[in-house]
Design a protein around this ligand. Sequence first.
Ligand code: NAP
Length: 340
Amino acid sequence: MKKYRVAVVGATGVVGKEIITILEDRKFPVSELVPLASERSAGAEVVFHGDSVEVLALGPDSFKGVDIALFSAGGSVSAEYCPIAAKSGAVCIDNTSHFRMDPTVPLVVPEVNADAIKQHKGIIANPNCSTAQLVVALKPIYDAAGIERIVISTYQSVSGAGTAGLDELESQTRANLRGVDAPPEKFSHHIAFNLIPQIDSFLENGYTKEEIKMVNEIKKILGDDKIRVTATAVRVPVFVSHSESVNIQTKKPITAEKVRELLEAAPGVQVLDNPAEGVYPTPRNVAGEDDVFVGRIRKDISQENGIEFWCVGDNLRKGAALNAVQIAEAWCDQNTTKPQ
Ligand SMILES: NC(=O)c1ccc[n+]([C@@H]2O[C@H](COP(=O)([O-])OP(=O)(O)OC[C@H]3O[C@@H](n4cnc5c(N)ncnc54)[C@H](OP(=O)(O)O)[C@@H]3O)[C@@H](O)[C@H]2O)c1
């Protein structure tokens, strides 16, 4: 079996660490792992298949001989280094938002649009975490009944804001329980014992960038510009897993039972839906899982062709690292010609 030299850019971050774990768990054919981070972490070590591997400082020469480069070190790092890595012959899979809406860059969730990978010119984008988990659940409904409009409210965990987000929820919670105030640093308001209806910065139209990412990315992945999408993204004091309340209006009538049946058969989805017994997904029981979990599936009583559901996914896995590794697997399967 062919093996690949794989670079992980941002190897010391929450997503980078998860990528390394998933490469190992899924037995991805790695001939050599090249963990990269900033100068700050150069010399640190990561463990891969029981061996310690030294973290190297990212630089223009980091990609010589690299076949696959998985980026999760922020948009500015991807903007500078993806083109360098692609030029030296690596296929880049980018977790940041930098290239997602570039028309020459495929934006991929393999369960939905793996074929788009074939169009790549050296860079393949991984969607925003809330988008990745949701399109897996939307796709079978879209195929069966079409989708006119989607209204989403998210409940996003602090790990979506990286290591600093995790640290702030933990330290602020501990401080507050001791009766000590701990002013916000990473987030715009206290996150412990609170909710923040702001993720990323505000745009002139009153939406946040995070919300507009969902609007644009859902349309690009489903390949349908006509779907009307609106979203409100909220940060919640949960460590891992994003939850979403989703309301859709389909083009053709569809029953809640049919939606349940479609989702039960869909790849990457598990239905947990027995409200009478208190069975539905929660972020705590979904953390660490690969699938997207859906529950509370019901007919919307306020409109024709309306369906409501609740969708939970591990943002570090399906929302980032797992989806990136699945793209790499699909790229290997498709035997895509490497960029020149
Ligand atoms: N967390 C999520 O759920 C999620 C989901 C989808 C996409 N993403 C995206 O993935 C990226 C990383 O997120 P994260 O949550 O893993 O953040 P994180 O925990 O803060 O990790 C950031 C990583 O980037 C590295 N880095 C920072 N500046 C660098 C530079 N100038 N050169 C090289 N490496 C640098 C850091 O290395 P040092 O140790 O040297 O600082 C660290 O390894 C972000 O762009 C984020 O938007 C995150």
